[in-house]
Design a protein around this ligand. Structure first.
Ligand code: SAH
Length: 199
């Protein structure tokens, strides 16, 4: 399958599964492309050199599945606490023929999960927790030299301010803050944090 065919089939699966379950609020094919696929690709240019990535609270596979389609060499783990969403992700992985990607059901704060599967080069999440909570949850998933990427909406500056304490607590460094606009004019921002090496 070409990438274009993979995205088309992914869209078909979203539409099909949305009839029987609450998968995503967006069910118009053009909106899926603009608001989910294009947005999920935003981190790609910041992932050079990454070998492993975990997407916590992936839902219907965002941003983890589009990242896998764009960067086939990165090993991706999708994590979500909802069994049905993980079943959906597994079906997408199977039908798109994606390799080096797994979907795991579990809670991000469960030590079993990060002890068994971690650490990762990159921990990422979109449309999930407030920034300070995400940085707390992400902490055990990556080591020095790794990074945590939060994909945020228009109020990212406010969130960044609220997260000051946790940023200090873990010695994190804001490596990139990349504001961008997706189709339809929605404002987004990607925030990338690195753990500072002690020496
Ligand atoms: N990242 C997706 C989904 C966001 S909705 C997107 O951008 O569209 C938030 C998702 O987080 C839901 O699918 C929910 O099941 C999952 N979730 C909530 N609490 C969680 C937890 N503690 N651990 C893992 N996943 C969780």
């Amino acid at each position: 399958m070409t990438k274009e065919e993979q995205y088309l089939h992914y869209t078909e699966l979203i539409l099909k599964w949305s009839k029987t379950m609450d998968l995503t609020a967006i069910t118009d094919p053009e909106d899926i492309r603009e608001k989910h696929f294009e947005d999920s690709k935003a981190p790609v240019s910041f992932l050079a050199g990454a070998r492993t990535l975990v997407d916590i609270g992936t839902g219907a596979g965002f941003p983890g599945i589009p990242i896998k389609i764009e960067c086939p060499n990165i090993h991706v783990m999708l994590l979500d606490s909802t069994r049905k969403k993980i079943n959906f992700c597994r079906q997408v992985i199977f039908e798109l023929g994606l390799k080096g990607i797994e979907a795991i059901q579990g809670r991000a704060e469960d030590p079993e999960i990060f002890r068994t599967h971690g650490p990762f080069d990159v921990v990422i999440s979109r449309a999930t927790w407030p920034l300070e909570l995400f940085l707390e949850l992400a902490e055990p998933y990556y080591n020095d030299g790794g990074c945590a990427i939060a994909m945020k909406g228009a109020r990212w500056q406010e969130e960044l301010k609220k997260a000051e304490d946790v940023i200090k607590k873990y010695g994190l460094k804001l490596k990139e803050s990349h504001p961008y606009t997706i189709g339809g004019g929605d404002k987004r921002c990607l925030l990338m944090f690195e753990k500072q090496r002690a020496f």
